[in-house]
Design a binder for this molecule. Structure first.
Ligand SMILES: NC(=O)c1ccc[n+]([C@@H]2O[C@H](COP(=O)([O-])OP(=O)(O)OC[C@H]3O[C@@H](n4cnc5c(N)ncnc54)[C@H](OP(=O)(O)O)[C@@H]3O)[C@@H](O)[C@H]2O)c1
Length: 329
């Protein structure tokens, strides 16, 4: 009978602050049928990890190992796995969580093979955030030349890729950031007009920049603090994409408010846009081509040992990060 092994992982016993992220030893069963055993080389840090840790998005059970994104090397395959073998490089951006570990088992069909032009670290920094940018600019709304759009948190992990991708498609990209330094960085990554929100009201500035017309699409990942004024930034029949709540959940909303612009609202999730293998593969292959050619850039701005994930969470929550952080297992 195959042996149960042990590995190191961040284990969370109960919802709470960053201090609940404990570096522990856990059991690792042999990969079941259809599963891969992956040795992680780089783990992605995402704001959704914070929502899970605090219990805002409760995990299916406690204790649990957080993390939805990583890259690594296949160590072993379970029965019935075709097309992947030990030694292959793979990455994933998916539930169930469990990425904050040195090694784990995961259903092979949820993983994608990494092309030679995409290093493991880049995949861990860009797969979840890049698939998100992909479905936001290509599927939730088809961004085209001539569109004007607003990206909240333009220098964040998703924001960095979203601005570049939209600019590449020919759109005029307005973004929000909280500091001058973040504005500089946003400009470097495709945001044509960063607005520093600690200095000016972004809705008023968007009106000014668009001659009073507003934006065809607003991508809002901040939630509570920005939702109301994001609505004010919509052009007639514009779309508000509320895809996150870094500042807290959006309170209940009076539908009649949309009548002012005949606007639309959607609250999408990545996992609804990568629910079939074909969707996952087509998004990942478009993303990997752009990353490998350098057309999209996601530099790793910070590397933190996985054992110190609590520090990485504190930095992300207190708005000290830009771009992507990678946890090193
Ligand atoms: N629905 C989906 O499919 C999906 C998929 C991936 C990510 N997301 C969402 O997209 C957002 C971005 O994720 P990310 O991992 O790339 O994080 P991130 O944008 O790198 O980090 C959050 C940023 O939000 C801004 N922010 C404004 N108010 C904040 C507050 N009160 N607390 C914390 N941050 C605040 C900060 O930028 P400034 O200081 O410049 O304001 C901060 O740096 C998250 O809300 C996440 O849940 C959604």
């Amino acid at each position: 009978m195959a042996r149960v092994e042990r590995t190191r992982a961040i284990v969370v016993e109960r919802a709470g602050g960053p201090e609940v992220l404990a570096w522990s030893e856990v059991e690792l069963a042999p990969p079941a049928a259809g599963e891969l055993r992956i040795r992680h080389t780089a783990v992605g840090l995402n704001f959704i990890d914070v929502y899970q840790r605090t219990g805002f998005y409760p995990p299916p059970r406690w204790p649990h190992v957080p993390g939805l994104e990583a890259a690594g090397v296949v160590e072993a395959v379970g029965a019935g796995v075709a097309g992947l073998a030990p030694g292959d490089r793979v990455a994933y951006a998916t539930s169930p969580s469990g990425a904050y570990a040195q090694r784990r088992n995961l259903t092979a069909a949820l993983c994608v093979r990494l092309p030679s032009g995409v290093p493991d670290e880049l995949a861990a920094a860009a797969l979840l955030k890049g698939l998100t940018a992909h479905y936001l600019v290509r599927r939730v709304f088809r961004v085209e030349a001539g569109h004007t759009l607003l990206v909240q948190a333009a220098s964040g992990g998703v924001g960095t890729l979203l601005c570049q991708w939209a600019a590449r498609l020919g759109a005029r990209v307005i973004g929000t950031v909280s500091t001058e330094a973040k504005a500089e960085r946003a400009r470097e990554f495709g945001c044509h007009e960063p607005i520093v929100t600690t200095r000016e009201d972004f809705a008023a500035r968007v009106r000014e920049l668009t001659g009073g017309r507003g934006c065809q699409v607003v991508y809002d990942s901040i939630g509570k603090d920005t939702f109301d004024r994001s609505l004010e930034c919509l052009a007639p029949r514009g779309l508000l994409v509320s895809y996150g709540q870094s500042s807290g959940p959006v309170p209940p909303f009076d539908l009649l408010r949309l009548s002012k612009t005949s606007g639309f609202i959607t609250r999408p999730t990545l996992f609804a846009y990568t629910s079939t293998r074909a969707e996952l593969e087509s998004g990942a292959s478009e993303l990997f081509d752009l990353l490998a050619s350098g057309a999209l850039r996601q530099p790793i701005e910070s590397r933190v040992p996985l054992a110190e994930a609590a520090r990485a969470h504190r930095d992300l929550e207190s708005r000290r990060t830009v771009g992507a952080t990678v946890l090193v297992p």
